[in-house]
Design a protein around this ligand. Sequence first.
Ligand SMILES: NC(=O)c1ccc[n+]([C@@H]2O[C@H](COP(=O)([O-])OP(=O)(O)OC[C@H]3O[C@@H](n4cnc5c(N)ncnc54)[C@H](OP(=O)(O)O)[C@@H]3O)[C@@H](O)[C@H]2O)c1
Length: 216
Amino acid sequence: MKIAILGGTGDEGLGLAIRFALAGNEVIIGSRAADRAETAAQAVRDKVASARVSGTTNDVAVEQAELVMLSVPFAGLRATVSALAPKLAGKIVVSLVVPLQFGKGGPHAELVPEGSAAELTQQLAPEARVVGAFQNLSAHELLEPDHDLGCDVLVCADDRDARRSVMTLAETIKGVRAIDAGPLAYSRYVEDMTALLISLNRRYKTQTGIRISGIG
Ligand SMILES: NC(=O)c1ccc[n+]([C@@H]2O[C@H](COP(=O)([O-])OP(=O)(O)OC[C@H]3O[C@@H](n4cnc5c(N)ncnc54)[C@H](OP(=O)(O)O)[C@@H]3O)[C@@H](O)[C@H]2O)c1
């Protein structure tokens, strides 16, 4: 699978790039600046000697990929997706974006009129096969290829085949179990949960994740 990670120069995208490269996927790191993407691609090679990884601008990365991951801050999501919408048509587009605000009382979820970052993405790119996933995975854990994450990834999408494909991809990450979390509208709950996880990380000085009980 050829996977583009837009904003893959940040810790979350870089961590996922390392994990997907480890699983044998071809990874294209996207950035607003090609040189930053090249530097990030080299950082992946430094961790995974066998990595098939390159770095380029976001728009070229989308053109080259079969599956596109959005790993930009929520503040940059609208502009990023709007500019690329025609090129995203027909592709699986995974939003791991969490609309967060950091205030005095700790992190809290930002209200999104469209419901969630994933649903906003679908509105901006109506012909894309949008999936919400990976919003609860800590970059800190992803960046260490040997770390067993021991957690679930909740996958939401209206396109069932796209949901299945992303579940299969998620389970290539060491210690991850993918959960079919239903339609895209449920992404809002998954995104919001990240504010709680970050707060727990601070309180317990650890890296937390989600584990759903009762599913065999
Ligand atoms: N960090 C975590 O542990 C974590 C966990 C779960 C989910 N997430 C979500 O994953 C996404 C990425 O997280 P991150 O920590 O890697 O974020 P980040 O470092 O703040 O940003 C990632 C990349 O996005 C690009 N970017 C920054 N501002 C932008 C803008 N206004 N418009 C377009 N692109 C912009 C930058 O790349 P270039 O300058 O190279 O273009 C940056 O390196 C976020 O939506 C976050 O909510 C993060």
